[in-house]
Design a protein around this ligand. Structure first.
Ligand code: ZN
Length: 139
């Protein structure tokens, strides 16, 4: 069995952002030389998500508004996590809603996704350096 590991780096221009990383993950699969297997993609942070959905900007705005209703940022002091050193409780909750990681099948050296499925990186506490781990196993 072959294995491959890579870290991707992000620093989003806004606090909340969605980035389509599908082509970067395809690039990792190509680099790995693995034709049949699985790819795991996860952020190494507790305020970002990797998830699969449609790469459509209207939907991404809908995610942002929906998450703000479920886990509003203000008032900051409504959350016990927010104290002298922390003010990002809502970012942790948003990440919990959108999930941590995805696992996708690799078939014939390519991502085995549905027609509208794209791998998206979501940051809920952006404007700082974040990492995403890509781990591939297979043959
Ligand atoms: Zn925190």
């Amino acid at each position: 069995m072959k294995h491959y590991r890579k870290e991707l780096y992000f620093n989003t221009p806004s606090k909340i952002a969605f980035i389509n990383i599908t082509s970067q993950i395809s690039g990792c699969i190509e680099e790995s030389g693995i034709k049949e297997g699985l790819v795991l993609v996860n952020p190494t942070h507790t305020t970002s998500s990797v998830f699969i959905n449609d790469n459509e900007s209207g939907l991404h705005s809908d995610f942002t508004e929906w998450l703000e209703k479920l886990a509003p940022r203000e008032p900051i002091e409504q959350y016990r996590h927010n104290n002298a050193s922390e003010d990002n409780a809502d970012s942790h909750l948003k990440r919990q809603i959108m999930g941590r990681e995805v696992v996708v099948a690799i078939t014939n050296g390519a991502l085995d996704l549905g027609p509208w499925e794209q791998i998206l990186y979501g940051d809920f506490d952006g404007q700082r350096n974040k990492r995403v781990l890509v781990k591939i196993i297979g043959e």
